[in-house]
Write a protein that binds this ligand. Structure first.
Ligand code: SF4
Ligand code: SF4
Ligand code: SF4
Length: 264
């Protein structure tokens, strides 16, 4: 499956002119990223061409997703009207145990083998706006920055959204609990130095295999590592849009191939 996905990415990337513009160290300029138009698909998605024919637009994956991460493509959308996708700037995937979205898919457009994290590969995180990273300049996470995530969390009340504060109740349905727990973790970061991307990466058993903060230019900066599965949680949580996901790309596609190449 991995090899097929790699080939699919290479084909897409070549068609879109992505290859050859990547930067040393895997840092991509935002203008370059805009050229990659492919959608981020839910976990286990088969290669894009197959996915477009296998996704029957039933919305089953979307209904079981406890994070409200999955959407269906609009008529004027980017690829395949009605097909399921994830828009990580609005809501990333949180790599649920047993991947309910995958299990709910009736056609195998989300490969049923992808019910464990080892078999999931959605894409690869990339840096698109390095200078905006708060950790690099030691800036703190503000209430307004956190507010963006409260604003797009659907399961909380208007008051909780306004106050940017939630309390998790035992009686809350599981979906509400999970989303509130995320907001609690986020709020704990208010007023502190930012490392949200690395701290809240849901990769298991150890997020440090996927992302970690390293010293850079007198500050800190996230380093994307080999185990990243491209879930997009870091993209959603980053207050300043430093990161994005290249759908279907692998670590080798982005980071190993471009070692030593010049920034475009
Ligand atoms: S793994 Fe969970 S959060 Fe991710 S898309 Fe599937 S159901 Fe949603
Ligand atoms: S670094 Fe972590 S949160 Fe970000 S895309 Fe990779 S696995 Fe997901
Ligand atoms: S979430 Fe990560 S990339 Fe974004 S500002 Fe914070 S440390 Fe930088």
């Amino acid at each position: 499956m991995e090899e097929k996905k790699r080939r699919q990415f290479m084909k897409q990337a070549a068609g879109l002119g992505v290859l050859g513009i990547a930067a040393a160290g895997g840092i991509w300029a935002a203008k370059d990223f805009k050229m990659q138009k492919g959608r981020l698909r839910p976990p286990g998605a088969v290669p894009e061409e197959q996915y477009l024919s296998m996704c029957i637009k039933c919305g089953q994956c979307l209904q079981v997703c406890p994070y409200d991460a999955i959407k269906l493509e609009d008529i004027d959308g980017k690829a395949g009207v009605g097909t399921a996708y994830i828009s990580p700037l609005e809501r990333g995937c949180y790599l649920c145990e047993a991947f309910p979205c995958v299990l709910a898919c009736p056609t195998g457009a989300l490969d049923h083998e992808a019910n464990v994290i080892e078999n999931v590969h959605m894409g690869m995180a990339i840096v698109v706006n390095e200078s905006a990273c708060l950790a690099l300049t030691g800036k703190k996470v503000t209430n307004e920055m956190i507010g963006r995530i409260y604003d797009h969390t659907k399961v909380i009340s208007a008051e909780e959204r306004r106050n940017r504060k939630v309390v998790v109740h035992n009686s809350d349905p599981e979906k509400v609990k999970l989303q509130k727990e995320l907001l609690v973790k986020l709020s704990e970061k208010e007023g502190k130095s930012c490392s949200l991307c690395a701290d809240l990466c849901p990769f298991e058993p150890d997020p440090k295999q996927a992302i970690g903060m390293i010293s850079k230019e007198g500050g800190l900066f996230p380093e994307i590592r080999e185990a990243c599965v491209g879930c997009g949680a870091c993209v959603e949580l980053c207050p300043t849009k430093v990161l994005q996901i290249l759908p279907y790309a692998t670590y080798a596609d982005v980071y190993e191939k471009n070692k030593g190449s010049k920034h475009a």
